[in-house]
Design a protein around this ligand. Structure first.
Ligand code: COA
Length: 160
C-alpha cells in the first residue's frame, strides 16, 4: 500500500461507473483517498457542487477509506491545504493523454513535491463520459449501464 494522502480530482458532472471503477481500485492502494469535486463558477455544470458531492457520497458509500470533498482555485493549493502528495487521474484512451500530460507537467512545475499518478480505466468503461450521460438523460434514454444504480433517479429528476 502507498503512503500519503491521494486526491482524485474532477468535475464528476455526474459521477459515472468509470469513475467508481477507478475509485474502488485506488481505494485498495491508498489508506485514504479523497475524491475532490471542482467548484468552478466559470464552467457551466449540469449539477451543483452539492449535488455532485451527494451523488459521489452515495456511489462510494461502500468504501470506508474514501471521503468526498470540493475545492476551488488551483488543484495544487488544495493539495497543500489537505496535506496531500498524490494526484490520481484516469486515462481512458490515448486521446486523454495529451491533456493529462500537460496538466501533470504544469502542476509539477508549480508544485514540485506533488506527484500525478495515472491509472488506466477498465476497458468496460473506457467509452463512458459524463457528457454522454448528460446527453442520453436529457432525451430520457437508458443510463443504467453508465452510472451507479443509486443515482439514476436523481439524474432523471434534474432533466424532467
Ligand atoms: N471514467 C469515465 N469517465 C471519465 C474518467 C473515467 N475513469 N475519467 C475522466 N472521465 C471523463 C469525465 O466524465 C469527463 O467527461 P466530459 O468531459 O464528457 O464531462 C472528462 O473525462 C473529464 O473530466 P474530469 O476528469 O472531471 O476532468 P476535468 O477536466 O473536468 O477536471 C481537474 C480536471 C479538476 C483535475 C482540473 O481541471 C483542475 O485541476 N482544475 C483546477 C485548476 C488548476 O489547478 N489548473 C492548473 C492545472 S492545468
Amino acid at each position: 500500500m502507498c503512503k500519503g494522502l491521494c486526491v482524485y480530482p474532477g468535475s464528476f458532472d455526474p459521477v459515472t461507473l468509470g469513475h467508481v471503477d477507478l475509485i474502488e481500485r485506488a481505494a485498495k492502494l491508498f489508506p485514504n483517498l479523497v475524491v475532490a469535486v471542482l467548484n468552478n463558477p466559470d464552467k457551466h455544470n449540469m449539477f451543483t457542487v452539492e449535488q455532485r458531492m451527494n451523488m459521489l457520497s452515495r456511489a462510494c458509500a461502500h468504501l470506508t477509506n474514501v471521503t468526498i470533498d470540493s475545492f476551488g482555485g488551483l488543484l495544487v493549493d488544495y493539495m497543500r491545504s489537505a496535506n496531500a502528495e498524490i494526484v490520481l487521474r484516469g486515462l481512458r484512451a490515448v486521446t486523454d493523454f495529451e491533456n493529462e500530460f500537460q496538466m501533470a507537467q504544469v502542476n509539477r512545475q508549480i508544485a514540485p513535491g506533488i506527484e500525478t499518478l495515472f491509472m488506466m480505466t477498465s476497458p468496460d468503461y473506457a467509452y463512458i463520459s459524463s457528457s454522454a450521460v448528460r446527453q442520453i438523460a436529457m432525451f430520457g434514454g437508458d443510463i443504467s449501464t453508465l452510472v451507479p444504480p443509486c443515482i439514476i433517479e436523481e439524474i432523471h429528476r434534474v432533466f424532467k
